[in-house]
Write a protein that binds this ligand. Structure first.
Ligand SMILES: NC(=O)c1ccc[n+]([C@@H]2O[C@H](COP(=O)([O-])OP(=O)(O)OC[C@H]3O[C@@H](n4cnc5c(N)ncnc54)[C@H](OP(=O)(O)O)[C@@H]3O)[C@@H](O)[C@H]2O)c1
Length: 365
């Protein structure tokens, strides 16, 4: 995502670990953990290295977590490149989401217990490692009756999709949502959550040789219409709006021309929410959309949402519960994932940056 760097700086994962450890490990033994570390910003394949970190002793407020799986998201790549809005101090362990299991708890820990599955509450924990000593308050539990891949990819993209479908427009069954990057992690979560809510979705993807297979896959998960970027500018759109109402909500993960075209199709007083900028091009708003349709142009960042609700544990819990119940009832599947062992991280990083790949690289530990 092309987000300008701000003055906000995350305390890096290693510093978090040190802060978390003020007492000896219960077992008293020194443990080492392989981790994907970067010491400078740059191209991920060049700067990320597999190193062995000595785990700090377990503090009273901290827990030892054995990581199961952690995806590679565009924001992880941008953090390593040094172009993301928040950057950890260096050296830093890569990765912002993933699921692990608590294997040891400090004496004062009340919020999690041994055996619990946990995911980070906020960005910046450094999830690309086999084990970590973390502050218990930085983690939230997940039920262990969902798949590891669902759990590992739940905290960022499905949360973003659910918030954007809930917090900007009052949508009722039969309303329409239009989105670009529809085959992305966010996009596939939007398709499924919207379908569960009885919403029509118009899903815009880039043309590719396997467009038919991709269209079939998105429709099988509940997409109402799947169209190419070029179609947005064609008269066929008029035909499409005979089948469903014009969208009240547009979700933009791309920017540039694609965003402008989404705006043109919004209904009067509709909203476009920008959450990503994969094309690295600014959003141009047509004057007519502002004057004659009074469209609202908004932005969303899930990290900010989580920080705004930091003291409202119930809000995070209820969002995760809603998503987990969609998963349990078969209405929300994880994105298509390619599981890669942590040792093969070069291949995973390389693939994560390729266009038209349509599969999330997930590091398995
Ligand atoms: N604001 C937030 O809170 C928030 C939360 C989650 C994600 N995001 C952002 O949302 C975006 C998608 O994340 P994700 O994890 O869902 O992505 P993902 O699963 O890795 O998929 C990437 C998507 O971007 C598309 N894409 C890549 N380069 C493009 C280009 N030059 N022009 C148009 N489309 C392009 C890909 O389409 P092809 O298949 O055609 O290559 C694919 O649909 C990223 O920018 C990410 O940072 C933001």
């Amino acid at each position: 995502m092309a987000v300008p760097r701000s003055a906000l700086v995350l305390s890096r994962a290693l510093a978090l670990q040190r802060a978390a450890s003020s007492a000896r490990s219960l077992s008293g033994s020194v443990r080492n953990s392989p981790a994907l570390l970067y010491r400078t910003h740059g191209e991920p394949v060049q700067v990320v290295k597999l190193e062995t970190l000595e785990l700090p002793a377990l503090g009273a407020e901290s827990v030892l977590v054995k990581m199961f799986a952690a995806p590679i998201n565009p924001s992880d790549i941008n953090m390593i490149q040094g172009t993301y809005a928040i950057l950890p101090d260096l050296p830093a362990v890569g990765g912002n989401e993933g699921v692990g299991q608590v294997v040891e708890v400090g004496s004062n820990v009340k919020t999690v217990k041994v055996g619990d599955w946990v995911i980070p509450k906020d960005a910046g924990l450094g999830t690309w490692r086999t084990e970590a000593v973390l502050n218990a308050v930085d983690l939230v539990t997940l039920p262990c009756d969902i798949s590891v891949l669902s759990a590992a990819t739940l905290g960022v993209n499905p949360c973003t999709a659910l918030r954007m479908l809930s917090d900007f427009e009052h949508l009722k069954p039969g309303d329409t949502v239009i989105q670009n990057a529809a085959n992305s992690g966010v996009g596939t979560a939007v398709i499924q959550i919207a379908a569960a809510k009885g919403l029509h979705t118009i899903n815009v993807v880039r043309d590719r040789p396997d467009l038919v297979q991709l269209t079939d896959r998105l429709k099988a998960m509940g997409a109402t219409h799947v169209i190419k970027e070029e179609t947005l500018r064609r008269p066929e759109m008029k035909e499409l709006f005979k089948l469903c109402p014009r969208p009240k909500l547009a979700l933009n993960g791309v920017g540039g021309k694609s965003a402008t075209e989404l705006l043109r199709h919004l209904q009067s007083e509709g909203t476009m929410v920008t959450y990503g900028g994969m094309a690295k091009q600014p959003v141009t708003v047509p004057v007519s959309a502002l004057i004659f349709k009074d469209v609202k142009v908004r932005g969303f960042w899930v990290t900010q949402w989580k920080r705004d609700h930091k003291h409202n544990e119930e809000a995070l819990r209820s969002m995760l519960d809603e998503l987990c119940s969609l998963i349990r009832t078969g209405k929300l599947s994880p994105p298509s994932c390619t599981e890669v062992s942590i040792e093969d991280f070069h291949k995973a990083l390389d693939n994560a940056m390729k266009p038209y790949i349509s599969t999330k690289q997930v590091l398995v530990m």
